[in-house]
Design a protein around this ligand. Structure first.
Ligand code: PHE
Length: 455
């Protein structure tokens, strides 16, 4: 089949803004609104934030550019893409296969958090959780996670919703939805920050977020920051390669990657500024863990006259942001199943959902029936999160950086990111290449060995 007719057959993003919105839709999600605040809270605040920023700039951004460039050049799923770009016989495609595994691990717990968000839309409509009394908001959250049926049913509702959107295809489903709704989420977050900053604990909350305390920076915290940077940018596991394969040839990859990184960071910071003042005002624990957003946000809204309406809107928009990210996670196995196993799109979506329903239930039940099932001291929900964010994504990142830095080479990276020489900024491309060849792999390796206590 000629290249041109092959391209015509593949689904792809259509407009320039659509590409940005879908890529941003993948990056912005529960990672910003749920994970970033609670992980930052648990690891000491500002010093963690600083390391996270460095990891994003030195490792995250170059790897993101590399992944999109690989995906667009090969116009294929991550396994086939690496197979076609690597010299014959070198097994770089394993990155794609590991990515598929990571995507199932992440989706298993991610879909459960989306399930909590869906459930909170209903809670907000009922208005019962809307309280500044931490006992009330904490009890509401633990009654949800501790109820096996509620956890499972909401997760199934999430899976059904995702399946429906994915069946509509890349351009119509993913692109149309994220394009319309991302700006709205941004606005609501700004509004929420505004309210939060009027609270009594605002100064204390901001100090926590912005004044570093380096005594909290353990090796494990640094690895967590790195893992969060990977998770946030959806890199290290083939999502950006997959989306890159839907990029058009005239789109400016580095510019899009940079904008996505910057906007993603803004949303995380906004979420932090919205949440920490409330944590200190109402006497929550900054290190409250995965419950943090679900217990503090209702407390903030309880102080606002039209708080209930805003709380409904907040959780609806969070659900939508999470949907963009979840769809991009699902797209990895879906595209692999379609292209490697010649399944139709509906069949690939159905198979992915079936596997996910099984693996996800393990996470859904980890607050109730499976609460005692632990490995390395972590329940299944935390274990899936730890293994994917702190092991598979960083290792994937090292391998992608090594592949581009040592196998693919500067010339080919340059051809891809400069749209065959049309966009000229060779200096910047050289810097990205240098980071990929030397800095990212070494840095990630050291952080991993230290963070996992290997040396
Ligand atoms: N970046 C997404 C978020 O922050 C999560 C994600 C991770 C999506 C990996 C795709 C791949 O919510």
């Amino acid at each position: 089949m000629s290249q041109a007719s092959k391209e015509r057959q593949r689904d792809a993003f259509t407009s320039g803004f659509g590409v940005l919105a879908a890529t941003l839709g993948s990056a912005v999600g529960l990672g910003n609104i749920w994970k970033f605040p609670y992980i930052t809270g648990a690891n000491g605040g500002a010093s963690f934030l600083l390391v996270y920023l460095l990891a994003t700039l030195l490792v995250g951004l170059p790897v993101m550019i590399a992944e999109i460039a690989i995906g667009r050049r090969a116009k294929a799923n991550p396994i086939s893409a690496l197979q076609s770009l690597a010299p014959r016989g070198q097994p770089w495609w394993i990155i794609g296969a590991a990515g598929m595994l990571a995507s199932f691990l992440i989706m298993s717990f991610y879909s459960e958090v989306v399930a909590w968000v869906f459930a909170y839309v209903l809670e907000a409509l009922r208005g019962t959780t809307l309280s500044s009394d931490r006992k009330v908001t904490e009890a509401a959250f633990s009654s949800l996670t501790g109820d096996p049926w509620r956890s499972l049913l909401w997760q199934w509702a999430v899976l059904a919703t995702m399946g429906g959107i994915l069946l509509m295809g890349v351009a119509r489903g993913i692109e149309a939805l994220t394009k319309k709704l991302m700006p709205l989420l941004f606005l609501l977050l700004v509004l929420l920050c505004g309210f939060s900053l009027t609270l009594d604990g605002a100064a204390e909350g901001l100090a926590f977020l912005f004044y570093p305390d380096f005594s909290k920076l353990t090796g494990a915290a640094v690895l967590t920051a790195l893992g969060l940077a990977f998770f946030k940018l959806s890199i290290g596991m083939g999502t950006m390669m997959t989306y890159g394969s839907y990029f058009r040839d005239d789109q400016n990859i580095p510019a899009i990657a940079f904008r996505v990184m910057a906007a993603d960071l803004c949303v995380s910071l906004l979420a932090g500024v919205a949440i920490f003042p409330a944590v200190f005002t109402f006497g929550f624990e900054p290190a409250a863990g995965p419950a943090l957003v679900f217990i503090t946000v209702p407390a903030v809204f309880s102080q606002i006259p039209i708080g209930q309406v805003l709380m409904v809107t907040f959780f609806v928009l969070t659900a939508i942001a999470a949907t963009g990210a979840m769809l991009s996670l699902m797209e990895v196995p879906v595209l692999i199943l379609r292209e490697r196993f010649s399944l139709s799109r509906p069949k690939a979506v159905m198979l992915t959902l079936a596997v996910l329903a099984a693996s996800g239930s393990v996470c859904a039940l980890s607050g109730s029936l499976l609460a005692d099932a632990k490995l390395f001291g972590l329940n299944m929900f935390d274990l899936f999160d730890f293994v994917s964010s702190n092991i598979i994504l960083p290792v994937g990142g090292i391998l992608i950086a090594l592949f581009v830095g040592w196998v693919w080479g500067f010339e080919r990276l340059w051809q891809s990111v400069s749209n065959n020489g049309q966009l000229a900024n060779a200096g910047l491309a050289r810097l990205v290449f240098f980071l990929l060849r030397y800095v990212s792999p070494l840095l990630v390796l050291i952080v991993m060995l230290k963070g996992l206590n290997i040396f």
